[in-house]
Design a protein around this ligand. Structure first.
Ligand code: PLP
Length: 443
C-alpha cells in the first residue's frame, strides 16, 4: 500500500479511523495526548464542533471541556469568527507580505497588555517561547535559562526538561533527542520554591539569561503561583540582570481581559520583560506571539541581529480569526467563563465529597483541575507533589464522563477549559454526569 488508499478510505467510526491513523501517523495522532494513552479507550475522531459541543464521526455529541486546549474561549465556530475567517479566506489565503490586520491584532494585544510594547506574530506557542529564549540570550549575552518542573512551554529542545502537558502525561523525565549540550543550559527548579531560585541565582547569577515561567501553571494540572512567587522572580531577575519571560500562551486573554498579568502584575505594578501568547489570540487558527520591552524586541531582525521568520507568520486567515475572537472577548465573556468555572469546581468537589474521596480542585483564574487522594487534598504546590497524587483515578473518572457525553481532557495533568458558550444546558449535562464519574473515581 502506498498510503493513498488509506487516505481515501478514512473510516466512518472512530475505531476504524484510529486503526487507519495508527498505520500512517505515529500513534495515530498529531499531538501525543490526543491518543488517550493515559485514560484508555479509543479517542473520538471529531467531525464537527459548535458552541459548547463537539460531535464525533460516530455521531456522539459531547459537551466539550477541552476547547482545543485553550483557543475556544467563545465556544466552537462562533458565527462572527467564522464569518471573519470566510471573508479573509475569500481575499486570499496567504501573501507572505505585511497586512493591516496584523497591526490591528498586535494593537489589540498591546491594548490589553501594554507591557507588550512590541509584538512579533508567529504560528505556534513553541515558536514564541523559542524566540523569547533566543532574544533573552542575545540581549543579555548569557546562555543559561531557568525553568520550573511541570511547566510546559512547547516542544523547544531547551524547555523539554521536566516539562508538563504531554511530557507529564507520558511520564517522561525529558525527551530523547535533546542533546546533552542543550540540556546543560537549562536549570530546572521546583515550582513555587523561592529558596531554590535564590540559590540558583547565587550560584549562576551572572550566567542566567532568563527565567521562563508559565504565568500560572496549568500543564501539570493547575498549580497556581503562591502569593509573591512571581513578584520574587521579577525582583531576582532584575537584581541579577536576567530577563523574566512570562509564558501566557495558555493564560493569555483566557483568564481575563489582560491575561494573568491583569490578575497579578497589573495590581502589583510590575510586568515581565517578555511575554508569550498563543491559543486565544488565534481563535482556533495558528497564531501565537512574543512581545515585550521595546529594547528587547528591537533585537529581532530586520532591526536587530536576532533571526526569526516564518512563511505563514501573520497569516491573513489566522489573523482574522484571532482578531475577531479578541474583539468579541469582552467583560461579559470573561464573566460567563468565570461563573461556569466556579460552578463546575463546586459541583466536582461536592460529587467527590459525596464519595468520601479526598481531593482538591485547584484553580487559577477560570482554569482548574482536580487532584485526587490525600496528597492532592493537601494541595499541590509543585510538580513533585503532583506526581504523588492519585492521578490513576482520573482514567475511570474521565471514562464515565465520556460515556455520559462529556469530553474532559484525556489527561490528569491538563486544565479543564470552559467557554462562554457553556450555557445552562451544557453545565447541566456535566453536573448530572458527575455522581457516576465520582463513583468510578472512588472505586
Ligand atoms: N506554553 C504553554 C503555557 C502552553 O500551554 C503551550 C501549549 O499547550 C505552549 C507553550 C506551546 O504552544 P503550541 O502547542 O502552540 O506550540
Amino acid at each position: 500500500p502506498n498510503g493513498v488508499e488509506e487516505l481515501a478510505a478514512v473510516g466512518t467510526t472512530s475505531a476504524e479511523a484510529f486503526a487507519r491513523a495508527q498505520a500512517v501517523i505515529p500513534g495515530g495522532v498529531n499531538s501525543p495526548v490526543r491518543a488517550f494513552g493515559s485514560v484508555g479507550g479509543t479517542p473520538p475522531f471529531i467531525a464537527s464542533a459548535r458552541g459548547a459541543y463537539v460531535t464525533d464521526v460516530d455521531g456522539h455529541e459531547y459537551v466539550d471541556l477541552v476547547g482545543s486546549w485553550g483557543p475556544a474561549l467563545l465556544g466552537h465556530a462562533h458565527p462572527e469568527v467564522v464569518a471573519a475567517v470566510q471573508d479573509a479566506a475569500a481575499r486570499g489565503l496567504s501573501f507572505g507580505a505585511p497586512t493591516v490586520a496584523e497591526v490591528e491584532l498586535v494593537n489589540e494585544i498591546r491594548h490589553r497588555l501594554p507591557a507588550a510594547e512590541k509584538v512579533r506574530l508567529v504560528s505556534t506557542g513553541t515558536e514564541a517561547t523559542m524566540t523569547a529564549l533566543r532574544l533573552a540570550r542575545a540581549f543579555t549575552g548569557r546562555d543559561l535559562v531557568v525553568k520550573f518542573a511541570g511547566c510546559y512551554h512547547g516542544h523547544v529542545d531547551a524547555l523539554l526538561a521536566s516539562a508538563g502537558s504531554g511530557v507529564a502525561t507520558l511520564g517522561l523525565p525529558d525527551s530523547a533527542g535533546v542533546s546533552a549540550a542543550v540540556a546543560a543550559e537549562t536549570i530546572v527548579l521546583p515550582y513555587n520554591d523561592v529558596a531554590a531560585v535564590e540559590q540558583a541565582f547565587a550560584t549562576h547569577g551572572d550566567r542566567i539569561a532568563a527565567v521562563i515561567t508559565e504565568a500560572a501553571p496549568a500543564n501539570m494540572g493547575v498549580v497556581p503561583p503562591l502569593p509573591g512567587f512571581n513578584a520574587t522572580l521579577r525582583r531576582l531577575t532584575i537584581e541579577h540582570g536576567a530577563l523574566l519571560v512570562q509564558d501566557e500562551v495558555l493564560t493569555g486573554f483566557r483568564v481575563g481581559y489582560s491575561g494573568w498579568w491583569g490578575l497579578e502584575g497589573l495590581r502589583e505594578g510590575w510586568a515581565a520583560d517578555l511575554f508569550t501568547f498563543g491559543k486565544v489570540i488565534g481563535g482556533g487558527l495558528p497564531v501565537a506571539a512574543v512581545g515585550g520591552r521595546r529594547d528587547v524586541m528591537n533585537q529581532l531582525a530586520p532591526v536587530g541581529p536576532v533571526y526569526q521568520a516564518g512563511t505563514l507568520s501573520g497569516n491573513p486567515v489566522a489573523t482574522a480569526a484571532g482578531l475577531a475572537t479578541l474583539r468579541l472577548a469582552d467583560a461579559s465573556v470573561y464573566a460567563q467563563v468565570d461563573a461556569v468555572s466556579a460552578q463546575l469546581r463546586t459541583e466536582i468537589s461536592s460529587a467527590l465529597a459525596a464519595e468520601d474521596l479526598p481531593h482538591a480542585v485547584q484553580w487559577a483564574g477560570n482554569l482548574f483541575s482536580t487532584f485526587f487522594g490525600a496528597a492532592g487534598a493537601a494541595g499541590a504546590r509543585d510538580y513533585a507533589t503532583v506526581l504523588t497524587t492519585e492521578s490513576w483515578r482520573y482514567a475511570p473518572f474521565h471514562r464515565a464522563l465520556l460515556e455520559a457525553g462529556v469530553y474532559a481532557p484525556p489527561s490528569p495533568f491538563e486544565a479543564w477549559f470552559v467557554s462562554a458558550a457553556h450555557d445552562d444546558a451544557a453545565v447541566d449535562r456535566i453536573v448530572s454526569a458527575l455522581p457516576a464519574a465520582a463513583r468510578a473515581a472512588a472505586e
